[in-house]
Design a protein around this ligand. Structure first.
Ligand SMILES: C[S@@+](CC[C@H](N)C(=O)[O-])C[C@H]1O[C@@H](n2cnc3c(N)ncnc32)[C@H](O)[C@@H]1O
Length: 281
């Protein structure tokens, strides 16, 4: 692991994560034998607009039960499980964080979904899969931690079957910089690599994809964070929340994300990119 990816890996390695999630569920009076996807939502959908965005992306993707989808940068697997439950498809999730992957697998076992949804720790820049191994790619808010956008996009293009779709839900930069830190994906500037939407689109096309859908969701992101307040004093945290994944300063991170959105420093994009069919010229 390079120094840079080591820094990112430790940011996403909170320690004792599964036990903390189980403790949160118990505090909320949930019975582990009967927990549902909805019970886990406050902690396992770590992207802007959470489960609402996941459901919109599922609709957009149109994946079917016979498909095997790769979730790149899956976190603790919330949207992998939702995708599989709602469409019937098989999902493999990968993430840099061994602790997230361990937690993702154990939560999936609890939900008895392990036959359709599995996980593996590795880097998105070096995927341990054959060429054309997957029918679709699903990647929600992970490009921000990747400096080598072209390397990452070429790698997902490589493992996708010809004619397959990559569904990306990504944060990019905007007209103003630098960002105000910390933000939910980075404690400091050394782990955040945002490019403008134009540069991101060029990288998607250069990797060999055709852009089929390109929707700016920044307005909805602004609405979602409009009430994020600058924290004062000790944080008042719920039993279950994404602070378990990235630290108790989550309210400051949410407030800074609000500022970055309102001050035109970040954008949010929904993208469907297609790999050419082998028959295409
Ligand atoms: C903001 S979280 C999003 C997690 C998940 N997609 C979700 O929506 O809940 C970003 C994720 O990207 C992962 N990540 C960052 N760099 C990575 C890399 N080079 N390879 C694989 N995963 C990476 C992090 O470990 C983290 O789980």
């Amino acid at each position: 692991m390079t120094e840079q990816s080591g820094h990112i890996h430790s940011y996403y390695s909170p320690g004792d994560l599964y036990r903390k999630i189980v403790a949160g569920l118990e505090t909320l009076g949930k019975d582990l034998a009967t927990i549902t996807l909805d019970d886990l939502q406050p902690v396992d959908e770590f992207h802007i607009r959470g489960d609402t965005a996941t459901r919109e992306l599922i609709e957009l993707a149109g994946f079917s039960p016979d498909m095997h989808i790769l979730d790149v940068g899956c976190g603790i697997g919330g949207s992998s499980r939702r995708l599989s439950r709602d469409t019937g498809c098989r999902v493999t999730g990968i993430d840099l964080s061994d602790e997230y992957i361990d937690t993702a697998s154990r939560l999936t076992d609890l939900l008895k979904m392990q036959e359709r949804v599995t996980f593996q720790a590795c880097s998105a820049l070096d995927l341990p899969f054959e060429d054309s191994a997957f029918d679709g790619i699903w990647s929600l808010q992970m490009n921000m931690n990747i400096e080598d956008k072209s390397g990452w996009l070429r790698e997902i293009h490589r493992v996708l079957k010809p004619g397959g779709k990559a569904v990306l839900y990504e944060v990019c930069g905007s007209n103003n910089s630098p960002l105000v830190f910390p933000v939910p994906w980075a404690q400091d500037a050394a782990m955040s690599y945002l490019v403008t939407p134009e540069r991101f689109r060029d990288a998607v096309v250069d990797a060999g994809f055709t852009v089929q859908v390109w929707t700016d969701k920044t307005g909805l992101a602004r609405k979602a964070f409009a009430n994020a307040k600058q924290p004062e004093g000790e944080p008042d945290l719920p039993a279950l929340g994404v602070y378990l994944l990235v630290g108790n300063d989550i309210q400051l991170k949410a407030y800074n994300l609000r500022r970055n959105l309102e001050e035109d420093r970040v954008t949010l994009l929904e993208i469907v990119a297609v790999k050419a069919d082998s028959d295409s010229p």
